[in-house]
Design a protein around this ligand. Structure first.
Ligand code: SF4
Ligand code: SF4
Length: 220
């Protein structure tokens, strides 16, 4: 079918007319803060208590913009006769947001839930060096991380929550039993019998006496 002359023009004008009649929406930022979706990728926050310095995030970062320094410390044995253990202690954790491309790989690969997305985005700097956020600054971003969404009530209970709930219930039962045992007064006990039947002294065998030596005729 041959194209109708002027059809493209009419189509374009229809789009223009449709757009002209729509209500315009102008974001009044910065006077009014935008309502961002809860999973917005603004800045990365570090919960350093969870970080074991496994280096997975730094190794997987495609931009190599995570800098981690650490040293090892020896932890004494927990019980007598046990072995000493060594653990990594974090010295430096920094992310260079002038290189970061906000892919989220570091957050995905962290096995210990130490990295989180925060929707905060107002950290522009005039000096590019200031965009390297050190450990304390990354820690401060944790206060801006939104709460995780509530679980679907129809969903199966996560394994971790089920295990934690069982442990908590076991502990509570144990504490209740201990409290009940402490509150119960001790049962009275009968006094021990004092007068016992007299016992005859044990017969003692007389010591054998040596026979008086006699001479051959029987004289003593
Ligand atoms: S978001 Fe991506 S680029 Fe940015 S630090 Fe994490 S892994 Fe690297
Ligand atoms: S992957 Fe997680 S636990 Fe490992 S070094 Fe990175 S932040 Fe720390």
């Amino acid at each position: 079918m041959p194209p109708i002359p002027g059809a493209g023009l009419a189509k374009g004008l229809a789009v223009t007319l449709r757009t002209m009649t729509k209500k315009t929406v102008t974001a009044q930022y910065p006077d009014v803060q935008p309502e961002l979706p809860p999973r917005s990728r603004g800045v990365i926050a570090l919960f350093e208590e969870n970080c074991t310095v496994c280096m997975l995030c730094a190794r997987e970062c495609p931009d190599w913009c995570i800098y981690i320094d650490s040293h090892k410390e020896t932890v004494p044995a927990a019980a007598p006769g046990g072995r000493e253990r060594s653990r990594n202690v974090l010295d430096r954790f920094a992310i260079d947001f002038s290189l970061c491309m906000y892919c989220g790989i570091c957050i995905e690969v962290c096995p210990f839930d130490a990295l989180f997305w925060s929707p905060e985005f107002e950290y522009a700097e005039t000096d590019i060096l200031e965009l390297t956020h050190e450990r304390d600054k990354l820690r401060d971003w944790m206060w801006t991380v939104p709460e995780p969404p509530a679980l679907d009530p129809a969903a199966e209970e996560p394994k971790e929550i089920a295990a934690a709930r069982k442990t908590a219930e076991k502990l509570r039962t144990q504490r209740e039993q201990e409290a009940a045992a402490a509150a119960t007064p001790p049962a009275p006990t009968d006094p021990a019998p004092t007068d016992s039947a007299p016992t005859d002294p044990a017969p003692t065998d007389p010591l054998p006496t040596d026979p008086t030596p006699t001479d051959e005729e029987g004289r003593t």
